[in-house]
Ligand binder design. Sequence first.
Ligand code: UDP
Length: 235
Amino acid sequence: MPHKTKKLYEGKAKVVYETDDPDKLILVFKDTATAFDGVKKAELKGKGALNNTISSLIFEILHKSGIKTHYIEKLSDTEMLVWKAERFLVEVVVRNVAAGSVVKRLGFKEGDRFEKPLLEFFYKNDELHDPLVCDAHIELMKLAPMEALPLMRDTALKVNEVLSQFFQEHGIILVDFKLEFGRLPDGSIGIVDEISPDSMRLWDARTGEKLDKDRFRFDLGDLLEGYRKILKQIF
Ligand code: UDP
């Protein structure tokens, strides 16, 4: 069993530790909920465990579909063992249904289903509020290796197919989600970070109820009740 050696970094939702294996890290999921680039913040007991459980389950589903990620195993309620990666500075968002920034930015109506999935890149930078970027920005600002972009696009769309179908089978609509990528120790490119209701929009297919972090962003109801509903429906 690998154990934590040194704290490497503390983010908004997770603490990252080095381990006795230089190629592996331990992520500890915190009970902190944040929104609007950290401006809104709360401690919600049990959130870390819920996100670790849901994220681990999703990574296992992706592995079964041959999608490469940094995930190795779930170590405990709040701890995940992952491969150490050099993270790229972009976030990849895939959308099936209009919500969030695409409604504000482009005037779509929330709930409109897109003819085909919409894929966007954002620059990971809280101070600049994660602006939308195109390939030319990514190249100029060296936000990710250009040769990795086709693989990131293909992988994100494949993840969308796999997860849309998975959630649909469990009565949930996958509205949109965010992925991050990086270079893994073997030199390949894989998905890093978490894939949880903090980084996805999930709506109950029957009632339309929002089950994800929008509950916290817009005070729509108890956040963890939503996350527990997701877990109950998918497990
Ligand atoms: N998202 C995320 N981290 C970010 C920005 C967005 O995980 O820094 C997720 C968000 O939860 C949603 C999707 O990416 O599932 C699309 O987010 P959007 O661009 O609509 O931004 P928002 O208005 O939610 O900040």
